[in-house]
Design a protein around this ligand. Structure first.
Ligand code: HEM
Length: 548
């Protein structure tokens, strides 16, 4: 998919400028293949002489990774027969491993050798995108309290926030839908018949899905992470949403520039993209106040009790080396970016699937109207049909095509001899594995309830709903050899229980209120960049209110 067809928004413009600059400045250097790198698909186990033809082919392929990443990864997977294989991007060598034994080796490698933190740092460039965040390559250098804050404290707090989130989400959906105008005769004549189908129905609203989902996700996360104060601050919320696109775009440009000039461009661009400064400015006084309250509490004074991530991140920081207000805010900015971006995109794709597979809507609505919903709000778990539907959507349309990213900060060799030099990444081919019949029977078929226990499915829908035999029932939040969407082993996503509950709350409200259909099913719904796909801004949905 051509980059030039990206929707016209700030994200695409900045990436486009960045690419031009990156191409012009880094081309001569980056086309030189490193010695020791093999030119076919299999990872190097030794040194290879430089060969000009192969070098040019390889570097061309590395640049095309930017726009054809998912298919290049899939191609490698198809040819590899389960063995490790390598893929190049302009700034990386990835070694993909899909055998259980190799994935275990990645998981058990010390943090001083294979680092998730270093890979994330290269992806996000926090020095430029997160108000100068000095992010260490080695995980745990300043503690991993954030894991307990998200995995345990945020998850345990779900019953307290879910009812409130349901009300806020419902209100915001109504406000946004009310604000969209219906297609009338005049508007119809202005619409591009290529963008929407020729037989446009008069009187229905065409709602832009992605912006709606972004606002809903931002609202949900802001409430759950920061409490009422910040989530009601409109300026903060505006910057916090703009921050997602700005971080993606800025980090991308810096990654593609030669390291000699990246810091100069990084600093200049960081100054023009103001959202990070505004978020930082809004959160700093709150973090400072919390630290003051902690000190007063230690002196025996009564202080307010807060149930939010600002508090938990502060309280789970190492006792021997408590975090400054600045350090707390940096951590929150990283969590904010990671959580809003991937949640928004995953929800948007699930909504596409709801439009494309409307036979699931009625059973889902029945489940949401049943007592199962109050049980979900009481426990933060449950709603098996919706759980399975979201899982199936994330399986067939995962936002990311790679998972379990680890950058080698010291050389690493797999048991079969495959070698990672410093800077190389070990990853799993997530999308290819999710589309492989060896992991999911009839893997290319969408079956929204395939992950539900057959007896539960029969009880809830009176049918097996075309369920597939030999399919192990499973949950969205599982982490296992078939399901790497949340990563692997000890570093699997600690936010996944919150993420699943937030997705159920937002998608659940859409299902309860509307029958949804895409304005134009034929139109392409996503763009591809590196290893991820991003829902298009321009995809519109018709939400038809349902009778209670
Ligand atoms: C659909 C939503 C999400 C997906 C698909 C997702 C996926 C992932 C993946 C693949 C990893 C890397 C794990 C590994 O490499 O082994 C990860 C790590 C992480 N995720 Fe998520 N995530 C999601 C939502 C969230 C949310 C909502 C939060 C915060 C509440 C969050 C916080 C984190 C953190 C802090 C880490 C780093 C863990 C560590 O360093 O040990 N994620 N996530």
């Amino acid at each position: 998919m051509a980059l030039l067809s990206i929707d016209t928004n700030i994200y695409s413009n900045i990436i486009l400028y960045g690419l031009v600059i990156a191409f012009l400045t880094s081309l001569p250097k980056s086309w030189i293949l490193r010695p020791g790198t093999k030119t076919d698909n299999h990872p190097s186990k030794g040194s290879y002489p430089l060969n000009l033809g192969a070098t040019i082919r390889n570097r061309w392929r590395a640049w095309t990774f930017l726009i054809k990443g998912p298919s290049i990864i899939q191609d490698g997977y198809n040819k590899s027969n389960g063995d490790p294989y390598e893929v190049f991007s302009p700034d990386n060598r990835y070694v993909f491993v899909s055998k259980e034994e190799h994935i275990k080796e990645v998981d058990s490698a010390p943090d001083t050798v294979l680092s998730l933190q270093a890979a994330s740092k290269q992806m996000l460039q926090p020095k430029y995108t997160m108000a100068g965040f000095n992010w260490f390559d080695r995980r745990g250098t300043e503690g991993v309290g954030f894991v307990r804050a998200l995995r345990t404290l945020l998850t345990n707090n779900l019953p307290a926030v879910l009812p409130e989130l349901r009300v806020s989400v419902s209100k915001l959906i109504d406000e946004m839908h009310d604000s969209h105008s219906a297609v009338d005769g005049k508007l119809k004549s202005l619409l591009d018949v290529k963008v929407i189908s020729a037989d446009v129905e008069i009187g229905v609203k065409h709602s832009p899905l992605l912006p709606m989902v972004l606002r809903l996700t931002a609202l949900t996360n802001a409430r759950a992470f920061f409490g009422q104060e910040l989530c009601q601050n409109e300026n903060f919320m505006r910057s916090a949403m703009a921050y997602i696109e700005q971080t993606l775009a800025l980090a991308e440009i810096i990654r593609l520039l030669p390291s000699s000039i990246a810091p100069i461009f990084g600093k200049v661009l960081a100054k023009t993209l103001t959202s990070q400064k505004e978020i930082f400015k809004a959160m700093m006084p709150i973090a400072e106040e919390r630290i003051r309250e902690k000190e007063l509490k230690a002196l025996g004074q009564k202080v307010p009790i807060h149930h939010d991530c600002i508090q938990w991140i502060m309280e789970t920081a190492p006792r021997s080396n408590p975090w400054s207000a600045e350090r707390i805010v940096h951590e929150l900015m990283a969590i904010w970016f990671g959580s809003v971006h991937v949640l928004t995109t995953t929800i948007a794709f699930a909504m596409h699937d709801l439009c494309l597979h409307p036979e699931h809507t009625e059973p889902l609505r029945t489940e949401l109207r049943s007592d199962a919903y109050s049980e979900f709000e009481r426990t933060g778990k449950g709603l098996p049909l919706l759980d399975s539907f979201i899982k199936e959507s994330a399986r067939l349309t995962p936002v990311e095509s790679m998972s379990t990213r680890r950058q080698a900060i010291a050389p690493f060799t797999f048991s079969d001899g495959t070698h990672l030099a410093v800077g190389d990444w070990a990853v799993t081919p997530l999308r290819a594995m999710l589309h492989d019949d060896a992991h999911f029977p009839e893997a290319n078929q969408f079956n929204g309830f395939r992950h539900v226990q057959p007896a539960v499915l029969e009880k809830l829908t009176g049918s097996n709903f075309g369920s597939l035999e030999a399919q192990e029932p499973s949950l969205l939040t599982d982490v296992n050899k078939h399901w790497h969407v949340w990563g692997t082993g000890r570093m699997a996503c600690p936010g996944r229980f919150y993420a699943a509950a937030a997705m159920k709350t937002i998608i659940g409200q859409f299902i309860l209120k509307f029958d949804a259909s895409l304005v134009n099913e034929e139109e392409s719904r996503f763009i591809s960049w590196r290893s991820f796909i991003y829902p298009r801004n321009r995809t519109k949905v018709i939400f038809r209110p349902v009778e209670e």
